[in-house]
Ligand binder design. Structure first.
Ligand code: IPE
Ligand code: IPE
Ligand code: MG
Length: 244
């Protein structure tokens, strides 16, 4: 008997590692900044496609805790690009019913950027059509460490009993508290690693690594990844339907 084709349908939550901007630019003999600028266009398209496909949550890696290691000029350019993206796109995202949430470390960031991010979150807080989660100054180990610190403080204050620390308690103390785990993670640019992204949250996420550089991430490429996700069999440690 032919194996039935699994159908996971549309992933509810897709997380993306938008990688390859620099290589996209280098192939065109352009400065890396040109790749980042083109990357913003790809991001706008990805949000539209995600909403069109019926995806509810899109989490994007915009700047990692480790990206500070890049040359200062590139770091400034990336921060500036985020500032500009928030300024120019938030009104339209808000009109489209998108709620914006930012995850990552805010301490030590430029006060102007923090204010901009918080304004965007506040403005869009009541929106329910689509959720865009922006990972900025984000590192998963740092996030888990911060959560552990908060929980430890609550234990010290007698607010939590150590025996009550279950996975759900830890999950609720992460920046992503209240957001379902990603069903699908897509990394562009050909690299096959997580680079400190959503380590806890991706315990049972399906991974798709694609060779296209982020600026070339089209609706077609996105749809193909979602179709592949649909054909995967998710077992969560159990057995597949046939074996069971
Ligand atoms: C991803 O593209 C964007 C960020 C990390 C901010 P890269 O800048 O990492 O591009 P490559 O990987 O060098 O090609
Ligand atoms: C991951 O890409 C971070 C973002 C896309 C923001 P990197 O380009 O920083 O990852 P590595 O250094 O290749 O692992
Ligand atoms: Mg990279």
């Amino acid at each position: 008997m032919p194996k039935p084709v699994p159908s996971n349908g549309i992933p509810r939550h897709v997380a993306i590692i938008m990688d390859g901007n620099g290589r996209w630019a280098r192939e065109r003999k352009l400065p890396r900044s040109a790749g980042h600028r083109q990357g913003v266009e790809a991001l706008r398209g990805a949000v539209r496609t995600a909403a069109d496909l019926g995806i509810e949550y899109l989490t994007i890696y915009s700047f990692s805790s480790e990206n500070w290691a890049r040359p200062p000029a590139e770091v400034s350019f990336l921060l500036d690009l985020l500032r500009r993206f928030i300024r120019t796109d938030v009104a339209e995202l808000h009109r489209a019913g998108v709620r914006i949430t930012v995850i990552g470390e805010r301490d030590g960031l430029d006060a102007g950027i923090v204010e901009l991010l918080e304004d965007a979150e506040r403005l869009t807080r009541e929106n329910t059509r689509f959720r865009l989660v922006v990972a900025f100054n984000y590192g998963s180990r740092q996030e888990i460490t911060r959560a552990a610190r908060v929980i430890a403080r609550k234990v010290a204050e007698g607010k939590i009993d150590p025996g009550d620390i279950a996975p759900a308690v830890l999950a609720n103390h992460l920046d992503t508290g209240g957001i379902p785990d990603p069903d699908l993670l897509i990394r562009t640019g050909g690299e096959q690693r997580l680079s400190n992204y959503l380590l806890w949250q991706c315990a049972y996420t399906e991974f798709i690594f694609i060779p296209e550089y982020w600026p070339d991430f089209s609706a077609e490429v996105f749809r193909r990844a979602v179709a592949e996700y649909g054909s995967r069999e998710r077992r969560f440690g159990g057995l597949n339907a046939q074996t069971a």
